[in-house]
Design a protein around this ligand. Sequence first.
Ligand code: FEO
Length: 398
Amino acid sequence: MNIRKITDGIYYVGVNDRVTDRFEGLWPLPQGVSYNSYIVKGKTKTALIDTVEIGSVRNFIRSIYSEIGDSRIDYLVINHMEPDHSGGIPMVLSHFPELKIVGNKQTIAMIKGFFHIEDESRFMEIADGATIDLGEKSLRFIMTPMVHWPETMMTYVEENGVIFSGDAFGCFGALNGGIVDDEMNVEWYWDEMYRYYSNIVGKYGRFVQKALEKTSTLKIDFLCPTHGPVWHEHINRVVDIYNRLSKYESEPGVTIIFGSMYGNTGEIAEAIARQLAAKGVKNIKIHNAAKENLSSMISDAFRYEGLIVGGPTYSMHLFPPVEEFMIAMETRELKNKVVATFGSFTWASAAAKTLKEYLQKMKIEPVASLEMKHAASSDTYAEIEKLAEKLVEALKLK
Ligand code: FEO
């Protein structure tokens, strides 16, 4: 059981999931993930903030009882309806039949759709800025649509400077004993935060920016997301990471994504990387799209300023694993990057053209592109050197 007092009257009752292999059925969870839920106890009323994924409900209910004993839950606040947080709603309702479900109009429509709860008396609909008094403690609701679904909102407890932020400021990685950041070594969570943001929230950068603006004047001592540590000591760093990533701002470095059937196209990736290193680029990440998970490729593409993508022509298409990466970039509306491409073919060219088309859809003009027929020649290596030169020049101007 994970129970931890965060501050006066506010308790963590979330759970760790070390069993699920892939988040949303897609994204690997090598270090697990936490589904965070919180109890807010006022003098007169008690609220539960969010639930957990359905597979972890038994431990969750146990934690709630352990914290509240014989008293009751008056409100269940639903900040976000994705099933990793809403899966526990039916079980919570069956244990606390008298409580009111608090959510906005869209939340309530989703609860009805997902769980077929039609009894209107179960719901308390709230709007942006509404408050609920718990007795010497209050909940204020802040609508933050599309961070990460349209119904998402945050809940703020002004008296304690605590904000329950939903997916915003979350990261992959289960909690290993520590719950608040001041009782753990947080170092390995930063990479998982990049991966979580880019994989899950990455498409919604402009909405994250709006949410950051809307909450910028709040006094926040504890930042309580739905995944990962509760932030207290490192709030500034966490907000900075989300701010930069949602503006597509990056760190110095280059990500190279390639596909290759027999090594000829892969050789271009290796040669480009060597040229970049010789020209002073220190952070270079190379990913073989056919072998590695899309998750880490997306994460590095968000993280670094430069992106080079290349692959062979395959049955008159771009090599499928590379195309999957380009679709992921288009979906996430990637921008603000210095990009170059390389394609190859044996008898009819398609890869180079398809790469260019994806970039056009994203309104990205590559700083350099090259195309190779068959295998690398001395001309190819000369082109590789030029491509690396142009990319490094463009990175310097950025
Ligand atoms: Fe953690 Fe969008 O759910």
